[in-house]
Design a protein around this ligand. Structure first.
Ligand SMILES: Nc1ncnc2c1ncn2[C@@H]1O[C@H](COP(=O)(O)OP(=O)(O)OP(=O)(O)O)[C@@H](O)[C@H]1O
Length: 356
C-alpha cells in the first residue's frame, strides 16, 4: 500500500513542516527524529486530525485529502493509539474492546475479538475494569480496541513512552506479534532507537519539519552515521531464532555457522527475534582464538572499512548467513592486522542484547 503525502504548515512558534513523499507501507514504518521535528504533526495530518489547507493525502486509491475534499478521521478507517490510553474508564475491558467492533459494518470486519485477544494476551483481563489494569495492560487493550475496527492503517504515537522499561519490555513482543499477524500496515512515531530496531521494517528520518531520508531498517543500520546510532554508536541488528536447548545457562541463536549464544535469562523462550550488537562490543581477529573468555566467535567476511572518525573505524562484515555485523576498531588495529575488504576474519562479540 502506498501513502502519498504533500503538506506545508507553519505553527505560531516558528515551526514549519514541509513534506512531499511517497511511503510504501507494508509492515511497520517508524517516523523517527528528535523531539519537536514534527513526527506527531505528520501523523495528525495523515489521520485527518490536522486539517492543513492545500495538503494532499492519498492512501492507495483513496483520496483522503485533495483540493476541497477532506475525509474526516472516522471515515478513513484508521486505528489510533497514543502515549496515554484513551479507554472508557466506566466500561469493562470487554466493552472497551467491543466499542469500535460493534460500530464496524460486518462486511468490513476482518479482525475478530478471539484472534485479537489471543494476539495481545488479554483473554484473562476481559471482565476487569480499566482502573484495575496496569499501564502496560491498558496499552495492550488500546491496541486491541484499535485493531477491532479492522483498520486499513494503524497509527501509533509513542505508545510505550509512558511505560517503564520493564513494562515496555513486556509489551514489545505483543506489538511485534501484532504487526506480523494482523496484516494491518502500521506507522509508529518513536524517538527510541531500540523500539525502531525491534519493530520497524522501514524508517522515515525526520529533521526540523522535513523528511530527510526513507530507508529499510537494514539500510538504516548499514550506515555508521545513522541517526539511530547517535546515542550508542554504531550497532547491528541480527535476525534469527533462539533455540530450545539450554547449555550452561545459554541458548543458541541463529543457524549453524553463524551461531551465537545468548543468556537464557534474557531469552526465556524459543522463537524468532532480533538481537542488538553494539559495534564497540565487537573485536576482530585473524584466527579463531580458543584461550579466551569471550564465547561468541563468528567467522565473517569484511565487506567495507569506513573512514576513521574520532580515531575509531567501523568495519562492516558479513556473517555466514549474510547478515551485516559492524565492528569498531582503531586505525592502528586496521593497519597492524592488514584488514581489507574481502578478507575472512573472526568477529569476537563481547555482549549481545535481545531487542525485547
Ligand atoms: N497545536 C499546535 N500549535 C502550535 N504549535 C504546535 C502545535 N503542535 C505542535 N506544535 C509545534 O510544532 C513542532 C512539532 O511538534 P511535534 O509534536 O509534531 O513534534 P514531535 O517530533 O512529534 O515531537 P515529540 O517527539 O516531542 O513528540 C513543535 O515545535 C511544537 O511546539
Amino acid at each position: 500500500m502506498i501513502l502519498q503525502i504533500q503538506a506545508c504548515l507553519r505553527h505560531g512558534d516558528g515551526f514549519e513542516l514541509s513534506v512531499a513523499s511517497e511511503l510504501s507501507l507494508d509492515g511497520v514504518t517508524a517516523l523517527f527524529g528528535r523531539s519537536g521535528c514534527g513526527k506527531t504533526t505528520l501523523l495528525r495530518i495523515i489521520a485527518g486530525l490536522e486539517h492543513v489547507r492545500g495538503a494532499t493525502v492519498h492512501f492507495g486509491e483513496h483520496a483522503w485529502q485533495q483540493g476541497r475534499r477532506f475525509v474526516p478521521l472516522h471515515k478513513r478507517r484508521i486505528g489510533m493509539v497514543f502515549q496515554e490510553h484513551s479507554l472508557l474508564p466506566h466500561l469493562s475491558v470487554r466493552d472497551n474492546l467491543l466499542y469500535g467492533y460493534r460500530r464496524t459494518p460486518e462486511a468490513v470486519r476482518r479482525l475478530h475479538p478471539p484472534d485479537v485477544t489471543a494476539m495481545l494476551g488479554i483473554d484473562d483481563l476481559l471482565e476487569r475494569r480499566i482502573d484495575q489494569l496496569s499501564g502496560g495492560q491498558r496499552q495492550r487493550i488500546s491496541l486491541g480496541r484499535a485493531l477491532l475496527i479492522s483498520p486499513q492503517l494503524l497509527l501509533l504515537d509513542e505508545p510505550m513512552a509512558a511505560l517503564d522499561t520493564q513494562t515496555k519490555r513486556d509489551i514489545m513482543p505483543f506489538l511485534s506479534r501484532m504487526a506480523a499477524q494482523s496484516g494491518v500496515p502500521i506507522i509508529m512515531v518513536s524517538h527510541a532507537p531500540d523500539e525502531v530496531e525491534r519493530l520497524a521494517d522501514r524508517v522515515v528520518f525526520m529533521h526540523e519539519g522535513r523528511i530527510q531520508r526513507i530507508e529499510t531498517l537494514r539500510e538504516a543500520l548499514a550506515r555508521p552515521n545513522s541517526p539511530l546510532f547517535a546515542d550508542t554508536g554504531a550497532a547491528s541488528v541480527l535476525e534469527g531464532r533462539v533455540g530450545e536447548t539450554v547449555e550452561d545457562g545459554l541458548r543458541p541463536f541463529g543457524p549453524p555457522g553463524a551461531q551465537l549464544w545468548v543468556a537464557a535469562t534474557q531469552a526465556p523462550s524459543a522463537g524468532a527475534t532480533r538481537l542488538r550488537v553494539l559495534a564497540r562490543d565487537v573485536s576482530l581477529s585473524l584466527d579463531d582464538p580458543h584461550r579466551i573468555s569471550i564465547q561468541n566467535h563468528l567467522p565473517v567476511t569484511i565487506e567495507r572499512i569506513d573512514p576513521s572518525h574520532n580515531h575509531r573505524i567501523v568495519v562492516a562484515c558479513r556473517t555466514a548467513d549474510r547478515q551485516l555485523l559492524l565492528a569498531e576498531v582503531t586505525p592502528r588495529a586496521v593497519s597492524q592486522l592488514g584488514l581489507e575488504a574481502g578478507q575472512r576474519v573472526y568477529a569476537l562479540i563481547k555482549s549481545v542484547a535481545l531487542l525485547e
